[in-house]
Design a protein around this ligand. Structure first.
Ligand code: NDP
Length: 287
């Protein structure tokens, strides 16, 4: 029987999720239908779209900009959240909580939210062979993507974590909130600084700002170096990566993170584990 999935966003036409999930389904021999679902930018419309989808027999939904926080609110009030979604304050993967359904809870009250973005990032970094255990890591940016990355990075064993942001107060607030949300994070001494003050040597620097969308360049300090540089953006020339490549760092964009988070969503929904390297190769061969 065909299993149905959607990705909900606004805009949504650019989303690569249907192609990615189709490659996963082919890999494990599953019959799926995965569609892009446009939704007007308000929470009532989002709730209606989600309820109609699951009432119609849908198995799982991905959530993208601008609905990740709205999806979080929906799940708080209903079927619950994974630890990663709770800490991230955002949901990118929706499914039905089977335990609640079995107890007779109505479908609309059994909506469960997970967040696979940060773990997708970590899985990609590990697959590149870049060590995270005991690593000194700096994240530039303090928005939703940075927030979702902190717990998975700490779980992966990073030793020292610094969050640098254009607006310093936002980095400080982020660390206060994350430390309150998770004892695991609270046990770490996460440093914050403004972007200009990020200097010295790191094992890994992650660009989690949205600057790549504008084509502008981050004002990086001369005395800032790393062995590995990762930009969460993908699909365009990224000055951040060029900067560190010229300083002999190994570099990667965030395309593997996109596939990694999708693979984890697919796993939550279907129980199948995806060979991400093989799926990436299959996607690269597509026209
Ligand atoms: P947010 O809007 O939540 O955060 C944006 C961040 O970028 C803030 O820290 C902001 O700083 C900073 N910023 C924006 N413009 C500038 C600028 N001109 N100079 C310096 N800093 C700037 O975005 P998200 O966290 O949701 O997304 C961040 C990036 O991660 C995006 O590029 C997104 O595409 C990517 N991403 C990739 C994923 C993947 O699968 N590969 C998944 C999720 C996100 P300030 O606080 O000062 O405003």
């Amino acid at each position: 029987m065909t299993q149905h999935f959607i990705v909900i966003g606004n805009p949504i036409a650019h989303s690569k999720s249907p192609e990615i999930h189709q490659v996963f389904a082919t890999q494990v021999g599953l019959d799926i239908h995965y569609e892009r679902q446009y939704c007007p930018d308000d929470s009532d419309s989002f709730t209606s779209v989600v309820e109609a989808f699951f009432h119609g027999g849908g198995v799982g939904a991905n959530v993208t900009v601008p609905f990740k926080q709205v999806a979080y609110d929906c799940c708080v009030a209903r079927g619950g959240l994974s630890e990663h979604a709770k800490v991230a304050g955002a949901v990118n993967t929706l499914l039905l909580n089977k335990a609640l359904l079995e107890r007779g809870v109505p479908m609309t009250e059994a909506l469960y939210g997970d967040n696979t973005d940060g773990q997708g990032l970590v899985n990609h970094i590990v697959s590149l062979g870049w060590p995270l255990k005991q690593a000194r890591v700096a994240i530039i940016g303090a928005g939703g993507a940075a927030r979702g990355a902190v717990l998975p990075l700490i779980e992966a064993g990073v030793q020292q974590l610094t969050i640098a942001n254009r607006t310093l107060s936002k980095a400080q607030t982020l660390v206060t909130e994350l430390s309150a949300a998770s004892p695991h994070i609270g046990a770490h001494d996460i440093q914050t600084c403004s972007m200009h003050d990020l200097t010295g040597q790191y094992d890994l620097i992650i660009n989690a700002t949205s600057i790549g969308l504008s084509g502008d360049t981050l004002p990086l300090a001369e005395d800032l170096n790393c062995q590995y540089a990762y930009d969460m953006m993908y699909g365009r020339t990224l000055p951040f990566l060029q900067h560190f490549k010229a300083r002999t760092a190994q570099i990667s964009d965030g395309y593997g993170m996109l596939i990694g988070q999708a693979a984890l969503s697919f796993e939550r929904w279907t129980g199948y584990t995806i060979d991400v390297a093989q799926a990436t190769e299959a996607l690269q061969q597509k026209p």
